[in-house]
Design a protein. Structure first.
Ligand code: FAD
Ligand code: EPU
Length: 349
Protein backbone atom coordinates (compact mmCIF):
# COMPACT_ATOMS: atom_id res chain seq x y z
CA UNK A 1 0.00 0.00 0.00
CA UNK A 2 1.51 3.42 -0.95
CA UNK A 3 2.45 5.49 2.07
CA UNK A 4 1.48 9.18 2.08
CA UNK A 5 4.20 11.46 3.44
CA UNK A 6 3.81 15.23 3.84
CA UNK A 7 6.37 17.75 5.10
CA UNK A 8 4.49 20.33 7.17
CA UNK A 9 7.55 22.46 8.07
CA UNK A 10 8.74 21.53 11.54
CA UNK A 11 7.16 18.09 11.31
CA UNK A 12 6.49 15.39 8.76
CA UNK A 13 3.30 13.32 8.65
CA UNK A 14 3.36 9.72 7.37
CA UNK A 15 0.21 7.64 7.00
CA UNK A 16 0.08 3.94 7.81
CA UNK A 17 3.72 4.04 8.94
CA UNK A 18 5.85 1.03 9.82
CA UNK A 19 7.26 1.06 13.36
CA UNK A 20 9.49 -2.00 12.82
CA UNK A 21 12.65 0.13 12.66
CA UNK A 22 11.47 2.33 15.49
CA UNK A 23 11.59 -0.25 18.29
CA UNK A 24 14.74 -2.06 19.38
CA UNK A 25 12.87 -5.36 19.93
CA UNK A 26 12.30 -5.10 16.14
CA UNK A 27 8.66 -6.10 16.35
CA UNK A 28 6.51 -5.48 13.27
CA UNK A 29 3.78 -2.91 14.00
CA UNK A 30 2.17 0.03 12.20
CA UNK A 31 0.75 3.40 13.26
CA UNK A 32 -2.28 4.97 11.59
CA UNK A 33 -0.31 8.24 11.52
CA UNK A 34 3.30 9.01 12.38
CA UNK A 35 4.46 12.57 13.05
CA UNK A 36 8.23 13.14 13.01
CA UNK A 37 8.67 16.26 15.10
CA UNK A 38 11.68 18.50 14.50
CA UNK A 39 10.25 21.71 16.00
CA UNK A 40 8.44 21.39 19.35
CA UNK A 41 6.80 24.80 18.94
CA UNK A 42 4.63 23.20 16.22
CA UNK A 43 3.07 20.71 18.68
CA UNK A 44 -0.05 22.85 19.36
CA UNK A 45 -0.75 23.11 15.61
CA UNK A 46 -0.32 19.38 15.11
CA UNK A 47 -2.34 18.40 18.19
CA UNK A 48 -5.22 20.57 16.95
CA UNK A 49 -5.87 18.53 13.80
CA UNK A 50 -9.22 16.77 14.47
CA UNK A 51 -7.79 13.34 13.55
CA UNK A 52 -4.97 13.83 16.05
CA UNK A 53 -7.01 15.60 18.75
CA UNK A 54 -9.78 13.00 18.77
CA UNK A 55 -7.58 9.92 18.50
CA UNK A 56 -5.00 8.10 20.62
CA UNK A 57 -1.48 9.49 21.02
CA UNK A 58 1.84 7.80 21.71
CA UNK A 59 5.15 9.63 22.15
CA UNK A 60 8.13 7.64 20.90
CA UNK A 61 11.86 8.28 21.22
CA UNK A 62 14.10 5.50 19.94
CA UNK A 63 11.68 2.76 21.00
CA UNK A 64 14.29 1.12 23.23
CA UNK A 65 11.84 0.59 26.10
CA UNK A 66 8.60 -0.43 24.41
CA UNK A 67 6.95 -3.67 23.31
CA UNK A 68 4.26 -3.41 20.63
CA UNK A 69 1.75 -6.25 20.87
CA UNK A 70 -0.26 -4.89 17.95
CA UNK A 71 -0.64 -1.96 15.57
CA UNK A 72 -1.15 1.48 17.10
CA UNK A 73 -4.52 2.86 16.11
CA UNK A 74 -3.71 6.55 16.52
CA UNK A 75 -0.88 9.08 16.11
CA UNK A 76 2.70 8.30 17.06
CA UNK A 77 4.73 11.43 17.85
CA UNK A 78 8.39 10.67 17.13
CA UNK A 79 10.51 13.26 18.96
CA UNK A 80 13.39 14.30 16.66
CA UNK A 81 14.09 17.78 18.05
CA UNK A 82 17.71 18.84 18.58
CA UNK A 83 19.56 21.44 20.62
CA UNK A 84 21.73 21.93 23.70
CA UNK A 85 21.83 25.26 25.59
CA UNK A 86 24.42 25.88 28.30
CA UNK A 87 24.57 28.49 31.07
CA UNK A 88 27.83 28.05 32.97
CA UNK A 89 28.98 29.74 36.17
CA UNK A 90 32.44 28.18 36.13
CA UNK A 91 31.93 25.44 38.75
CA UNK A 92 28.75 23.99 37.29
CA UNK A 93 26.43 24.35 34.34
CA UNK A 94 22.70 24.42 33.76
CA UNK A 95 22.16 22.57 30.49
CA UNK A 96 18.83 22.46 28.64
CA UNK A 97 18.63 19.63 26.12
CA UNK A 98 15.96 19.04 23.47
CA UNK A 99 13.94 15.82 23.91
CA UNK A 100 15.05 14.29 20.61
CA UNK A 101 18.80 14.39 21.31
CA UNK A 102 20.38 10.94 21.76
CA UNK A 103 21.11 10.28 25.43
CA UNK A 104 24.51 8.67 24.83
CA UNK A 105 25.61 11.56 22.56
CA UNK A 106 24.70 13.99 25.33
CA UNK A 107 26.63 11.99 27.97
CA UNK A 108 29.71 11.98 25.74
CA UNK A 109 29.26 15.73 25.08
CA UNK A 110 29.22 16.44 28.87
CA UNK A 111 32.37 14.37 29.39
CA UNK A 112 34.09 16.09 26.45
CA UNK A 113 33.22 19.52 27.91
CA UNK A 114 34.56 18.61 31.35
CA UNK A 115 31.29 18.13 33.27
CA UNK A 116 30.95 15.30 35.79
CA UNK A 117 28.03 13.18 36.92
CA UNK A 118 26.68 11.27 33.92
CA UNK A 119 29.70 8.95 33.44
CA UNK A 120 27.94 5.92 35.00
CA UNK A 121 24.99 6.41 32.63
CA UNK A 122 26.99 6.15 29.39
CA UNK A 123 25.78 3.88 26.56
CA UNK A 124 22.13 3.73 27.66
CA UNK A 125 20.11 3.77 24.42
CA UNK A 126 17.30 6.23 23.79
CA UNK A 127 16.53 9.92 23.76
CA UNK A 128 17.03 12.65 26.36
CA UNK A 129 13.25 13.20 26.50
CA UNK A 130 12.66 9.61 27.60
CA UNK A 131 15.34 9.68 30.32
CA UNK A 132 13.06 11.17 33.01
CA UNK A 133 10.11 8.90 32.12
CA UNK A 134 11.51 5.85 33.89
CA UNK A 135 14.36 7.76 35.61
CA UNK A 136 17.07 5.81 33.77
CA UNK A 137 19.70 4.30 35.99
CA UNK A 138 22.82 2.16 35.88
CA UNK A 139 25.95 1.34 37.83
CA UNK A 140 24.82 3.02 41.07
CA UNK A 141 23.41 6.26 39.55
CA UNK A 142 20.01 7.53 38.47
CA UNK A 143 19.47 10.46 36.12
CA UNK A 144 17.03 12.15 38.56
CA UNK A 145 19.96 13.30 40.66
CA UNK A 146 21.01 15.68 37.86
CA UNK A 147 17.60 16.86 36.64
CA UNK A 148 16.57 20.33 37.76
CA UNK A 149 13.32 20.43 35.76
CA UNK A 150 11.48 18.96 32.81
CA UNK A 151 9.74 21.06 30.17
CA UNK A 152 6.66 19.47 28.63
CA UNK A 153 3.54 20.13 26.63
CA UNK A 154 0.65 19.37 28.99
CA UNK A 155 -2.06 17.81 26.83
CA UNK A 156 -4.73 18.20 29.50
CA UNK A 157 -4.00 21.90 30.14
CA UNK A 158 -3.03 22.70 26.52
CA UNK A 159 0.09 24.64 27.55
CA UNK A 160 3.82 24.37 28.11
CA UNK A 161 4.68 23.50 31.72
CA UNK A 162 7.94 23.36 33.65
CA UNK A 163 7.90 20.52 36.17
CA UNK A 164 10.48 20.93 38.91
CA UNK A 165 12.47 18.03 40.34
CA UNK A 166 10.09 17.39 43.27
CA UNK A 167 6.99 17.43 41.05
CA UNK A 168 8.52 14.76 38.82
CA UNK A 169 8.33 12.28 41.78
CA UNK A 170 11.33 10.27 40.65
CA UNK A 171 11.89 6.77 42.09
CA UNK A 172 13.49 3.51 40.89
CA UNK A 173 12.40 3.17 37.23
CA UNK A 174 9.48 5.44 38.02
CA UNK A 175 8.24 9.05 37.84
CA UNK A 176 5.13 11.22 37.62
CA UNK A 177 5.13 10.55 33.86
CA UNK A 178 4.42 6.85 34.42
CA UNK A 179 1.54 7.67 36.75
CA UNK A 180 -0.12 10.09 34.36
CA UNK A 181 0.46 8.28 31.05
CA UNK A 182 -0.52 10.25 27.98
CA UNK A 183 -0.64 13.62 29.75
CA UNK A 184 2.81 15.07 29.02
CA UNK A 185 4.99 15.36 25.93
CA UNK A 186 8.48 16.04 27.24
CA UNK A 187 10.08 18.71 25.02
CA UNK A 188 13.31 19.41 26.95
CA UNK A 189 15.18 18.39 30.09
CA UNK A 190 17.21 20.82 32.20
CA UNK A 191 20.25 19.32 33.94
CA UNK A 192 22.64 20.79 36.51
CA UNK A 193 26.12 19.29 36.25
CA UNK A 194 29.20 20.16 38.30
CA UNK A 195 32.77 20.38 37.03
CA UNK A 196 33.78 17.82 39.63
CA UNK A 197 32.19 15.54 42.21
CA UNK A 198 33.08 12.32 44.03
CA UNK A 199 33.06 9.40 41.60
CA UNK A 200 30.76 6.40 42.12
CA UNK A 201 32.84 3.31 41.63
CA UNK A 202 31.31 0.98 44.23
CA UNK A 203 28.86 -0.85 41.89
CA UNK A 204 30.05 -4.42 41.35
CA UNK A 205 32.71 -4.61 38.66
CA UNK A 206 33.73 -0.94 38.25
CA UNK A 207 36.71 -0.90 40.62
CA UNK A 208 37.90 -4.26 39.27
CA UNK A 209 37.68 -2.94 35.69
CA UNK A 210 39.55 0.29 36.62
CA UNK A 211 42.28 -1.89 38.14
CA UNK A 212 42.44 -3.98 34.93
CA UNK A 213 42.79 -0.68 33.01
CA UNK A 214 45.74 0.23 35.29
CA UNK A 215 43.95 3.38 36.57
CA UNK A 216 44.48 4.23 40.24
CA UNK A 217 43.32 7.89 40.20
CA UNK A 218 40.20 7.74 38.03
CA UNK A 219 38.64 10.74 36.26
CA UNK A 220 35.00 10.66 35.05
CA UNK A 221 36.05 9.48 31.57
CA UNK A 222 37.88 6.48 33.12
CA UNK A 223 34.67 5.48 34.93
CA UNK A 224 32.77 5.91 31.65
CA UNK A 225 35.28 3.64 29.89
CA UNK A 226 34.92 1.01 32.64
CA UNK A 227 31.11 1.15 32.38
CA UNK A 228 31.27 0.83 28.56
CA UNK A 229 33.39 -2.27 29.01
CA UNK A 230 31.02 -3.82 31.57
CA UNK A 231 27.88 -3.02 29.59
CA UNK A 232 29.22 -4.37 26.29
CA UNK A 233 30.43 -7.55 27.97
CA UNK A 234 27.08 -8.21 29.69
CA UNK A 235 24.23 -6.87 27.54
CA UNK A 236 23.32 -8.02 24.03
CA UNK A 237 23.55 -5.25 21.40
CA UNK A 238 20.15 -4.37 19.82
CA UNK A 239 21.97 -3.85 16.49
CA UNK A 240 22.81 -7.58 16.58
CA UNK A 241 19.73 -9.06 18.29
CA UNK A 242 16.45 -7.31 19.03
CA UNK A 243 16.00 -6.46 22.73
CA UNK A 244 14.88 -3.69 25.09
CA UNK A 245 17.56 -4.03 27.77
CA UNK A 246 16.18 -5.35 31.07
CA UNK A 247 12.67 -6.57 30.34
CA UNK A 248 11.88 -6.98 34.06
CA UNK A 249 12.39 -4.57 36.94
CA UNK A 250 14.23 -5.68 40.06
CA UNK A 251 11.37 -6.10 42.56
CA UNK A 252 11.42 -4.02 45.76
CA UNK A 253 10.03 -6.12 48.60
CA UNK A 254 9.67 -6.02 52.41
CA UNK A 255 12.92 -6.64 54.29
CA UNK A 256 11.39 -9.65 56.10
CA UNK A 257 10.55 -11.38 52.81
CA UNK A 258 14.01 -10.52 51.42
CA UNK A 259 15.65 -12.03 54.55
CA UNK A 260 13.59 -15.20 54.20
CA UNK A 261 14.47 -15.52 50.50
CA UNK A 262 18.15 -14.90 51.20
CA UNK A 263 18.19 -17.61 53.91
CA UNK A 264 16.67 -20.10 51.47
CA UNK A 265 18.72 -18.88 48.44
CA UNK A 266 22.09 -17.53 49.69
CA UNK A 267 23.20 -16.60 46.14
CA UNK A 268 20.38 -14.08 45.65
CA UNK A 269 21.69 -10.48 45.35
CA UNK A 270 19.83 -8.16 47.77
CA UNK A 271 20.25 -4.37 47.80
CA UNK A 272 18.85 -2.58 50.91
CA UNK A 273 16.89 0.58 50.00
CA UNK A 274 16.80 3.93 51.89
CA UNK A 275 13.16 3.28 52.93
CA UNK A 276 14.05 0.00 54.71
CA UNK A 277 12.75 -2.27 51.95
CA UNK A 278 15.04 -4.37 49.74
CA UNK A 279 15.58 -4.58 46.00
CA UNK A 280 16.27 -8.16 44.91
CA UNK A 281 17.86 -9.41 41.70
CA UNK A 282 15.26 -10.45 39.14
CA UNK A 283 18.05 -11.79 36.90
CA UNK A 284 19.20 -14.20 39.62
CA UNK A 285 15.66 -15.50 40.19
CA UNK A 286 15.00 -15.90 36.45
CA UNK A 287 18.24 -17.81 36.00
CA UNK A 288 17.58 -19.97 39.11
CA UNK A 289 14.08 -20.73 37.77
CA UNK A 290 15.72 -22.12 34.61
CA UNK A 291 14.69 -19.49 32.05
CA UNK A 292 18.08 -18.04 31.06
CA UNK A 293 18.75 -18.83 27.39
CA UNK A 294 15.36 -20.46 26.71
CA UNK A 295 13.79 -20.02 23.29
CA UNK A 296 10.26 -20.52 21.99
CA UNK A 297 10.22 -19.93 18.25
CA UNK A 298 12.00 -16.61 17.76
CA UNK A 299 11.18 -15.29 21.26
CA UNK A 300 13.84 -15.92 23.87
CA UNK A 301 15.60 -14.98 27.07
CA UNK A 302 19.20 -13.96 26.39
CA UNK A 303 21.86 -16.51 27.29
CA UNK A 304 24.12 -13.56 28.23
CA UNK A 305 21.77 -11.84 30.70
CA UNK A 306 18.63 -13.35 32.24
CA UNK A 307 16.76 -10.00 32.40
CA UNK A 308 16.84 -9.52 28.64
CA UNK A 309 13.98 -10.70 26.42
CA UNK A 310 15.30 -11.16 22.88
CA UNK A 311 13.84 -11.39 19.39
CA UNK A 312 15.89 -13.95 17.44
CA UNK A 313 14.29 -12.83 14.18
CA UNK A 314 10.60 -12.73 13.44
CA UNK A 315 8.99 -12.97 16.88
CA UNK A 316 5.72 -11.06 17.11
CA UNK A 317 4.80 -8.79 20.00
CA UNK A 318 2.24 -11.29 21.39
CA UNK A 319 4.82 -14.13 21.18
CA UNK A 320 7.36 -12.05 23.12
CA UNK A 321 4.76 -11.06 25.71
CA UNK A 322 3.64 -14.71 26.10
CA UNK A 323 7.22 -15.70 26.90
CA UNK A 324 7.58 -12.78 29.33
CA UNK A 325 4.42 -13.93 31.13
CA UNK A 326 5.75 -17.49 31.28
CA UNK A 327 8.88 -16.14 33.02
CA UNK A 328 6.85 -13.99 35.43
CA UNK A 329 4.64 -16.95 36.40
CA UNK A 330 7.64 -19.27 36.79
CA UNK A 331 9.41 -16.81 39.12
CA UNK A 332 6.20 -16.25 41.11
CA UNK A 333 5.70 -20.02 41.55
CA UNK A 334 9.30 -20.58 42.71
CA UNK A 335 9.97 -17.45 44.79
CA UNK A 336 6.53 -15.97 45.58
CA UNK A 337 7.57 -12.67 43.94
CA UNK A 338 5.68 -11.24 40.94
CA UNK A 339 7.94 -9.51 38.43
CA UNK A 340 6.83 -6.42 36.51
CA UNK A 341 7.86 -5.52 32.98
CA UNK A 342 10.12 -2.49 32.62
CA UNK A 343 9.26 -1.58 29.00
CA UNK A 344 5.87 -0.08 28.26
CA UNK A 345 3.62 -2.68 26.62
CA UNK A 346 1.58 -1.02 23.87
CA UNK A 347 -1.47 -2.98 22.80
CA UNK A 348 -3.30 -5.99 24.17
CA UNK A 349 -1.75 -7.96 27.01
P1 FAD B 1 11.01 4.91 24.09
O1 FAD B 1 11.28 3.47 24.20
O2 FAD B 1 10.71 5.47 22.74
O3 FAD B 1 9.82 5.29 25.08
C1 FAD B 1 9.78 4.76 26.38
C2 FAD B 1 8.59 5.38 27.14
O4 FAD B 1 8.81 6.79 27.29
C3 FAD B 1 7.26 5.27 26.37
O5 FAD B 1 6.22 5.17 27.32
C4 FAD B 1 7.15 6.60 25.64
O6 FAD B 1 5.82 6.95 25.37
C5 FAD B 1 7.77 7.54 26.66
N1 FAD B 1 8.42 8.69 26.04
C6 FAD B 1 9.53 8.68 25.25
N2 FAD B 1 9.87 9.94 24.91
C7 FAD B 1 8.96 10.76 25.49
C8 FAD B 1 8.76 12.16 25.51
N3 FAD B 1 9.57 13.01 24.84
N4 FAD B 1 7.70 12.66 26.21
C9 FAD B 1 6.86 11.82 26.89
N5 FAD B 1 6.99 10.49 26.89
C10 FAD B 1 8.04 9.96 26.21
N6 FAD B 1 17.35 1.78 30.89
C11 FAD B 1 17.92 2.11 32.07
O7 FAD B 1 17.30 2.82 32.90
N7 FAD B 1 19.17 1.68 32.41
C12 FAD B 1 19.92 0.91 31.57
O8 FAD B 1 21.04 0.55 31.89
C13 FAD B 1 19.35 0.56 30.31
N8 FAD B 1 20.04 -0.22 29.45
C14 FAD B 1 19.47 -0.56 28.26
C15 FAD B 1 20.21 -1.36 27.38
C16 FAD B 1 19.68 -1.72 26.16
C17 FAD B 1 20.50 -2.59 25.23
C18 FAD B 1 18.38 -1.28 25.79
C19 FAD B 1 17.81 -1.64 24.45
C20 FAD B 1 17.63 -0.49 26.66
C21 FAD B 1 18.17 -0.13 27.91
N9 FAD B 1 17.46 0.65 28.82
C22 FAD B 1 18.03 1.02 30.01
C23 FAD B 1 16.09 1.11 28.51
C24 FAD B 1 16.05 2.39 27.62
O9 FAD B 1 17.31 2.65 27.07
C25 FAD B 1 15.58 3.61 28.41
O10 FAD B 1 14.34 3.38 29.02
C26 FAD B 1 15.47 4.85 27.53
O11 FAD B 1 15.26 6.00 28.33
C27 FAD B 1 14.34 4.76 26.50
O12 FAD B 1 14.50 5.83 25.60
P2 FAD B 1 13.70 5.85 24.22
O13 FAD B 1 13.91 7.20 23.60
O14 FAD B 1 14.06 4.69 23.41
O15 FAD B 1 12.20 5.74 24.75
N1 EPU C 1 22.62 -12.03 37.49
C1 EPU C 1 22.29 -13.35 37.33
N2 EPU C 1 22.16 -13.83 36.06
C2 EPU C 1 22.32 -13.05 34.98
C3 EPU C 1 22.65 -11.69 35.14
C4 EPU C 1 22.79 -11.19 36.41
O1 EPU C 1 22.15 -14.09 38.30
O2 EPU C 1 22.14 -13.56 33.85
C5 EPU C 1 22.72 -11.50 38.87
C6 EPU C 1 24.14 -11.47 39.39
O3 EPU C 1 24.09 -11.89 40.74
C7 EPU C 1 24.51 -10.01 39.35
C8 EPU C 1 23.16 -9.32 39.60
O4 EPU C 1 22.23 -10.19 38.94
O5 EPU C 1 25.43 -9.69 40.34
C9 EPU C 1 23.06 -7.92 39.03
O6 EPU C 1 23.34 -7.96 37.62
P1 EPU C 1 23.65 -6.62 36.81
O7 EPU C 1 24.79 -5.89 37.45
O8 EPU C 1 23.75 -6.95 35.37
O9 EPU C 1 22.38 -5.72 37.12
P2 EPU C 1 20.83 -6.00 36.92
O10 EPU C 1 20.17 -5.83 38.25
O11 EPU C 1 20.59 -7.27 36.24
C10 EPU C 1 20.34 -3.48 36.54
C11 EPU C 1 19.49 -2.65 35.63
C12 EPU C 1 20.21 -2.42 34.32
C13 EPU C 1 21.52 -1.71 34.58
C14 EPU C 1 22.36 -2.61 35.50
C15 EPU C 1 23.66 -1.96 35.90
C16 EPU C 1 17.19 -3.04 36.22
C17 EPU C 1 15.92 -3.70 35.86
N3 EPU C 1 18.22 -3.28 35.41
O12 EPU C 1 20.43 -4.77 35.97
O13 EPU C 1 19.40 -1.56 33.53
O14 EPU C 1 22.23 -1.46 33.39
O15 EPU C 1 21.61 -2.87 36.71
O16 EPU C 1 23.41 -0.98 36.82
O17 EPU C 1 17.26 -2.32 37.21
C18 EPU C 1 17.63 -1.57 31.91
O18 EPU C 1 16.96 -0.99 32.76
O19 EPU C 1 17.21 -1.82 30.76
C19 EPU C 1 18.99 -1.99 32.26
C20 EPU C 1 19.78 -2.66 31.42
Amino acid sequence: MPVEQVDMGGYTLIENASLANRNTLRVAARATLLAEIRDASKLPELLDFPAVRNGRLLVLGEGSNVLFTGDFDGTVLAMETRGVQVESDGDSARIAVAAGERWDDFVRWTLGHGYAGLENLILIPGTVGAAPIQNIGAYGCEVAEFIESVEAWDIRECRVVTLDHATCAFAYRDSLFKHEPGRYIVTAVRFVLPRSRPLRTDYAGINEQLARMGVDKPAPFHVAEAVVHLRTSKLPDPAVIGNAGSFFKNPIIDAALADALKREHPGLAVWPQPDGRCKVSAAWMIEAAGFKGIREGDAGISNRHALVLVNHGKATGPQLWALAEQVMHGVRDKFGVMLESEPVVIGAR
